[in-house]
Write a protein that binds this ligand. Sequence first.
Ligand SMILES: [Zn+2]
Length: 393
Amino acid sequence: MRRKEWLGLAPFGYQNNPLIRNIEPHPTEARIVKLAFEEYAKGVHSFVSLAQFLADLGVVSKNRMPLAKASIKRLLTNRAYLGFLKHKGEWFDGNFEPILSPALFEAVQKILKTKERPRHRRARHDFPFTGLFRCAECGSMISAQWAVNRWGTKYRYYRCSKKRGRCPQPYIQEAELARQIKARLQTISLCDNLTDWMLEKVKSWEHEEIGASQSEVQNLSENIKTAEARMEKLVSTYLDGDIPKQTYLKKKDEILLASAVLEQRKKDFENGRKNWVEPLREWILDTKQADFLSTSNDFHQIKTFVQKIGTNPRVRNKSAVFDFCPASQFAAKRRGILRSAAASRPRGATLSNREVSIGGGGEIRTHDALSDILAFQASALGRYATPPIDWII
Ligand SMILES: [Zn+2]
């Protein structure tokens, strides 16, 4: 027997009601859905402008941006708003209240159809690594082309676009380019065991620091209060005529200055944490991502990632290179040392407690985990901000 209740999470516009074990229109969101359909039915909106219209009503994505075009399209074609239920890819009549009239829904579908542009007959080019590298010799962008080898196999290759005049640089095949990029990512990648451990460590530091700064902030607040009380007492003493004006003014200035210093220190404490926790966490997640992508074949994703973390990507003599932020350079350097240290270890040698293997495949060994982390932290900071104190490297 097919159920007529909506079992999953309610789509936008509806809410789950556990009492009836079904969904029902959400009082505000359902009105927004209807408004969105009415707006779009006017025929003047693009997906982007409708996303903006919705954003103005507070409907945004998780990262507080207007909804993506794909989400808008999903919304405008969601038959749940007609009271339908999807089961194994097919729509059925559900027993929950529709949000839209069939006429309004159809009007929108009609507009969607007219806006669907006929696809170009010509095959769309898909060159994932274009717009990423420059030619190291002449500085032109590297562009891509299809080629057919003598056995009739089609392949993509990349070469200097020669926009700045003649350039003798050779081409490079996409497979080879991808191999080099992945190898480069491999050098800064750290395995999940290590990154997860680092993320945990950052979390605990964050907690420590929140704790420490909270007690410090509390301390400062108390001092500020004391200063205020002193000020009040000073004013009343002066008003009582117990101290001369000159003394009063001098005292007042002292207290005001002290208060300002305390206020500033309090503010610094409250802002301080943001300056290093988030960049460090982001960097750790980047190295995790590098690890994942170094074995991935999603070239588009790899390109986006290189654009994010790599600097100065260039190609010379069939070699693709890009640089990393100081933290990742450090990781790459340290990784090399650790690997060779591990390689030179005699067979069967046991590790001391301070040499616990925390890397994948026994490849990465660390001699002192905490000092490594601090060093990572220090170099991570180098990318984003001036370190607040003297770090260990
Ligand atoms: Zn060139």
